[in-house]
Design a protein around this ligand. Structure first.
Ligand code: NI
Ligand code: MN
Length: 220
C-alpha cells in the first residue's frame, strides 16, 4: 500500500484502487502539484478544508464519492453521484471497505448544514484509519479493537482538533504500525511540531511515526 500526503488532511491511498481522502487542493497553501486520478473520493465532513475540490474532481474523473448522508445529499443535488452512509456502517466500493467512524467536531457547508463530522477506516488489503477532524474520544479504543488499523492518520494541529498530546494518546490506544500526523502547519493557527508528536508517541507506544511533507509518500 502506498500513502501519499497531499497537504493538510488530504491523502492518496493506493493499493488495489486509488482513493483520495479530503481533497483540499485549490486554496490549500500546502498542496503540492501532483497528478490525481482517483477511483473513489472519501469526504470526512463538509468544512471547505476537507470537502475541497470533491465536486470538480468527481466530475472530471467520473469517480465515486463516499460521505455521510447529509454531505451526499448536498452533492447529489449538485449532480455528483454519491454513496451516502452513516457512522457504524460499512460500504464496499470496488472491493474496498469504507467504515464510517465517530469524530468529535462540527460540520457545515458555507451555505448549508453539513450533518455530523466523521472519520473512516478504509480497508483494501491493509487498513487505514483517517480520523478526519476530531477531538480525542475514548471510543477510539473500539476502533482499535474492531478494525486493527495498520496505519493511522491523525490531526495534531490543535485549536480545531486534537493537539500533539491528545494525538499521542490516540496513537497509544490505536496501536497502528505507522501513524502519520496531519492537519497542522497549513495555516499559522495550526502550527505544531511533528517532532514533539514523535517524541511523545515513542514515550507511549511502539507505533512508528512517519512525518511526510506535502507530496511525499511511503510504502507499507
Ligand atoms: Ni473541520
Ligand atoms: Mn479541518
Amino acid at each position: 500500500m502506498q500513502i501519499k500526503f497531499l497537504g493538510h488532511s488530504c491523502f492518496e491511498i493506493r493499493e488495489s484502487k486509488n482513493i483520495l481522502v479530503d481533497p483540499f487542493i485549490s486554496g490549500n497553501p500546502a498542496s503540492p502539484y501532483v497528478e490525481l486520478k482517483p477511483d473513489i473520493i472519501a469526504v470526512t465532513h463538509a468544512h471547505s478544508d476537507h470537502l475541497g475540490d470533491t465536486a470538480e474532481l468527481a466530475n472530471k474523473h467520473n469517480c465515486k464519492v463516499v460521505s455521510i448522508h447529509e454531505v451526499s445529499k448536498y452533492l447529489g443535488a449538485r449532480g455528483i453521484v454519491c454513496e451516502g452512509m452513516n457512522k457504524g456502517g460499512t460500504v464496499t466500493l470496488d472491493g474496498v471497505d469504507f467504515t464510517m467512524t465517530e469524530a468529535v467536531h462540527s460540520s457545515s457547508f458555507e451555505d448549508a448544514d453539513g450533518g455530523c463530522p466523521a472519520g473512516f477506516v478504509i480497508k483494501d488489503k491493509k487498513s487505514v484509519y483517517h480520523a478526519g477532524d476530531t477531538a480525542l474520544f475514548g471510543d477510539m479504543r473500539l476502533i482499535a479493537e474492531l478494525y486493527h488499523p495498520d496505519i493511522a492518520l491523525l490531526p495534531i494541529g490543535d485549536r480545531y482538533t486534537m493537539g500533539v498530546r491528545e494525538a499521542a494518546t490516540a496513537t497509544s490506544w490505536l496501536k497502528p504500525g505507522i501513524v502519520v500526523p496531519m492537519h497542522y502547519g497549513t495555516f499559522p493557527a495550526i502550527e505544531q511540531s511533528p517532532d514533539e508528536f514523535k517524541e511523545l508517541v515513542s514515550s507511549l507506544c511502539d507505533s512508528e511515526v512517519v512525518v511526510l511533507k506535502p507530496g511525499e509518500s511511503f510504502e507499507y
